[in-house]
Design a protein around this ligand. Structure first.
Ligand SMILES: [Zn+2]
Length: 271
């Protein structure tokens, strides 16, 4: 981890002490498992295993559908363990090879958001990501632990494309998932966690039960918008210590600074 990133994590811990997290559902985002690339979000399988063991033992791990039901009810459940949802983005082969056996061993459910064109055409993802095959995706559905969500068809950024194009992106990904996997996706994740323009957000709300954006913070029991759920990204450098803090709803400052950096980085990019 770079010096600036390490300093930011330490500052964030201090800020959490001053401003404790509200109770609610923490949704985690993972991208890759197996450490096949030097990406900051490609976790060693052993670390992912340790994290899933922690969730299974110390937390109430929910499917996104169950979490949506609780958030809709709008009251804090009597169980005071952290409530956590595990999600994955994109659709790479390492999920079935590395992550799924770990999830099965610990009985942890997960939602996997697929950018369907990459799978359909077997296109490589950025950063050496090998696309899943439909057969592998069928295996994850058959496990009964993995719920398939949409992440658009081409990984399109919905803050910058016209509504007709956005509608096509969403409908195409839904149709492709239905055709190949026999399930209708209920959940949606905005690519790069960028909320759509107001018209595109309307297209998302019409089609899905939930939608997720970025932001490291829990979704409070009262007043959460199911179409703007926040998710906390997990990085290799979180190890177990920062991971546990994120699970408990902490590390919000890290996110606020990263948001600022990303806003600059994605400004003007088209995909
Ligand atoms: Zn993505």
């Amino acid at each position: 981890m770079g010096k600036a990133a390490a300093a930011l994590k330490r500052a964030t811990v201090l800020q959490d002490r001053v401003r404790p997290a509200p109770a609610g559902v923490t949704i985690l985002i993972y991208h890759r498992v197996g450490a096949r690339t030097p990406m900051s979000v490609d976790l060693p399988t052993s670390l992912f295993d340790e994290q899933m063991a922690f969730l299974a033992e110390r937390c109430r791990v929910l499917s996104l559908t169950d979490a949506a039901e609780l958030l809709e009810a709008g009251e804090q459940p009597p169980d005071h363990r952290p409530h956590v949802v595990v999600t994955f983005d994109d659709g790479t082969a390492d999920f079935v090879e590395e992550a799924l056996p770990v999830l099965e061993r610990h009985g942890v459910p997960a939602t996997y958001y697929l950018a369907t064109q990459f799978i359909d055409r077997q296109l490589p993802f950025p950063d050496d990501g090998v696309a899943l095959t439909w057969d592998a995706a069928k295996e994850m559905v058959a496990s009964g632990l993995v719920d398939i969500g949409s992440h658009t068809h081409t990984h399109a950024l919905l803050d910058r494309i016209p509504p007709t194009e956005a509608a096509h992106e969403l409908d195409r990904s839904i149709a492709v998932i239905e055709t190949h996997l026999g399930v209708t996706p209920e959940h949606f994740a905005y690519p790069k966690a960028l909320l759509g323009s107001p018209q595109n957000e309307f297209e998302v709300r019409r089609r899905f039960r939930t939608a997720t954006i970025g932001r490291t913070r829990p979704n409070p029991w009262v007043g959460s918008d199911l179409h703007r759920l926040t998710r906390s990204p997990i990085q290799v450098s979180d190890g177990m210590d920062y991971f546990e803090r994120k699970v408990r709803g902490g590390m919000r400052l890290e996110n606020d600074v990263r948001d600022l950096v990303n806003r600059w980085r994605y400004r003007g990019a088209s995909s």
